[in-house]
Design a protein around this ligand. Structure first.
Ligand code: PMP
Length: 405
């Protein structure tokens, strides 16, 4: 079996639009994915048919809204193989999910404790831990990578000790596409008694994410990178850990009993979900997960690997083109530089030809400094991309090269 990409593309209305005089070639999927019609329909249907606040109203619309909203939680729990549905906490995205954990941990850390991250981090999984360590007096350790962008796992293991309270690492690097061996590293971290958080922003749409199998304590991801809406994401946490986790925000919905001077917190998931949630967003993400689950994940992976191989072969044949990130285990992310050309200029010229890529530091400034580069141009592939689109990318790159290099 293989993906019927032509049929898939039909489900994404935006892929039919043009940019200037050119058909859109959308290769910025690591930044955000496009949305299939079923997700758009779920949002429109919610607002046109049953818009109401959840959990509160004793009326039909509120019941319907609550049912759809909680059905989405079930879909997500099933999708990541959570043991309990209440382990799925809605957040605004990966960033908020990591902040919930880091702010909680900052209250538990003491001087002498250590937090371990990697040189691959997105700012969301770095600055948060810098702040948590600063507030608590704990030490932040950073596991190195090789020049290829592969994590140096020996060095990582050497930095693990009985003092390590938290290991926070990306499942997949957004800047380079490197896939980390999160299951094996989690097992080693657990031997030392550390908590483990996986930044799954880039992992969630590209693999069979099974949080029970990985064995981590927290897994964070954003809906918008998984064909869902922006403004909604998930913090999955192990029930026994989340039950005692310091609360994040306080207010409505998260309490059990309130008097003028005291309050007690409610049960999961509500204790970590203060205030009116992003109801439509959660429903949209549920629709995205249900849609994505209809695809065969092996076919999805094979298709993305095919595109990556096809693009890498062409890149290797272009004079002056340098690939950044060549780890053996990668998702469909191709970061690169063209000799003599600034990435921003490459992005500009590609855009004029309808090709959308990302340029810049990829929200990973320390990683760019570690690699000795100012930033990259990055093409990132998804299920609906085609080899013809890769050809358009290289045609556009040749033009950029002629103009810039
Ligand atoms: N971590 C990684 C690896 C990412 O790629 C991103 C998004 N670029 C984030 C965290 C932050 O995700 P969001 O902005 O959706 O919160």
């Amino acid at each position: 079996m293989s993906l019927d990409v032509a049929a898939l593309r039909e489900q994404f209305p935006i892929l039919h639009r043009r940019v200037g005089n050119n058909p859109l070639v959308y290769l910025d999927n690591a930044a955000t994915t496009q949305k299939p019609q079923v997700v758009i329909d779920a949002l429109v249907d919610f607002y046109t048919q049953c818009n109401a606040n959840v959990h509160r109203g004793a009326h039909q619309l509120s019941d319907e809204a609550t049912r759809r909203y909680e059905h989405a939680r079930d879909s997500v729990a099933r999708f990541i193989n959570a043991a309990y549905r209440e382990e799925v906490i809605w957040t605004s995205g990966t960033t908020e999910a990591i902040n919930i954990v880091a702010n909680g941990l900052a209250q538990l850390l003491r001087e002498g404790d250590e937090v371990l991250v990697t040189e691959l981090e997105h700012h969301a999984n770095l600055v948060t831990w810098q702040q948590a360590c600063r507030r608590s007096g704990a030490t932040l350790n950073v596991a190195p990578i090789f020049d290829s962008g592969e994590l140096d796992t020996d060095a990582f293991l050497q930095l693990l000790s009985d003092k390590t309270r938290m290991v926070a690492m990306p499942h997949v690097s957004n800047a380079l596409g490197t896939v980390n061996p999160v299951k094996a590293l989690t097992a080693r971290a657990k031997e030392k008694g550390a908590l483990v958080l996986i930044d799954g922003a880039q992992g969630i749409a590209h693999g069979n994410v099974d949080v029970s199998d990985i064995g981590c304590d927290f897994y964070a991801f954003s809906g918008h990178k998984l064909f869902g809406p922006t403004g909604i994401g998930v913090l999955w946490g192990r029930k026994t850990v989340l039950e005692d986790w310091p609360v994040w925000q306080t207010g409505g919905e998260m309490i059990q009993d309130v008097s003028y001077h005291e309050a007690t917190w409610g049960a999961l998931p509500n204790r970590l979900e203060a205030g009116t949630p992003n109801i439509a967003g959660a429903i949209g993400l549920g629709a995205a997960v249900d849609w994505f689950s209809t695809l065969n994940i092996s076919d999805v992976q094979a298709h993305e690997q095919h595109l990556l191989r096809y693009a890498t072969e062409q890149a290797n044949a272009v004079d002056g083109m340098r690939l950044i990130g060549t780890a053996p285990d990668k998702i469909g992310v191709m970061s690169f530089l063209l000799e003599g050309a600034h990435p921003a200029d490459i992005g500009f010229i590609l855009d004029k030809q309808g090709v959308a890529i990302r340029t810049g530091d990829n929200c990973a400034q320390p990683l760019m400094k570690r690699l000795g580069i100012p930033g990259t141009a990055r093409a990132s592939f998804s299920v609906y991309n085609t080899t013809e689109e890769v050809d358009v990318l290289f045609k556009a790159l040749n033009k950029a090269k002629m103009m810039l290099a």
